[in-house]
Write a protein that binds this ligand. Structure first.
Ligand SMILES: Cc1cc2nc3c(=O)[nH]c(=O)nc-3n(C[C@H](O)[C@H](O)[C@H](O)COP(=O)(O)O)c2cc1C
Length: 161
């Protein structure tokens, strides 16, 4: 398994779609924060999900999730999926994306994805507000702003096309 990506720009500049849940029920959201590396001898990805996201419920109840990246033509779709919530209706129906089942329906990616990291959850925890630098507290966690939960997952497969 090999991943050719600039770790400092692949999330921040290119963005990705985080999808959690299975064929019966899933939800997705755009992400621009993430990490790639090694933990406990495994290739891992880390994503950060604010508690207020509808996707969080799916992250918590499912063992697998996917991190999918798309050609530039889909930037508008990622903008939409990062603006409206699956809580309020079928947001995927408003995009050009077509979900595809993988892992016998235990995870979902998209026909249009150029790359999908297939992820198995290993560890998750919430940021401790008191341990955050003050500038981060002020910029990202103003009063009422939900904290992020980080999810570290083993990358069990990389699908590229
Ligand atoms: C470019 C971009 C990057 C984003 N990155 C993150 C992220 O890393 N973590 C996060 O919690 N929300 C992030 N968001 C916000 C969620 O994608 C957004 O709130 C989304 O509507 C949540 O959908 P949901 O309620 O259906 O889960 C990002 C949004 C955009 C547009």
């Amino acid at each position: 398994m090999k991943l050719d990506a600039d770790v400092f720009s692949t999330f921040a500049k290119d963005w990705a779609l985080l999808t959690a849940g299975d064929r019966k029920s899933f939800n997705c959201m755009t992400i621009a924060w993430g990490g790639l590396g090694t933990l406990w001898g495994k290739p891992v990805v880390t994503v950060y999900v604010r508690q207020s996201r509808y996707t969080k419920k799916f992250m918590d109840f499912n063992e697998y999730f996917t991190v999918s990246q798309f050609p530039e033509d889909y930037r508008e779709d990622l903008t939409l999926l990062g603006k409206i919530s699956g809580r309020d209706g079928d947001k995927l129906a408003q995009t050009k994306l077509h979900p595809v089942e993988i892992l016998d329906g235990d995870a979902i990616t998209y026909q249009e994805a150029k790359r999908t990291l297939v992820c198995r959850k290993l560890y998750w925890d919430e940021f401790d507000y008191d341990n955050l630098p003050e500038d981060v507290q002020l910029k990202f966690y103003n009063v009422g702003d939900a904290i992020h939960t980080m999810y570290i997952a083993e990358v069990v497969d990389i699908l590229e096309r």
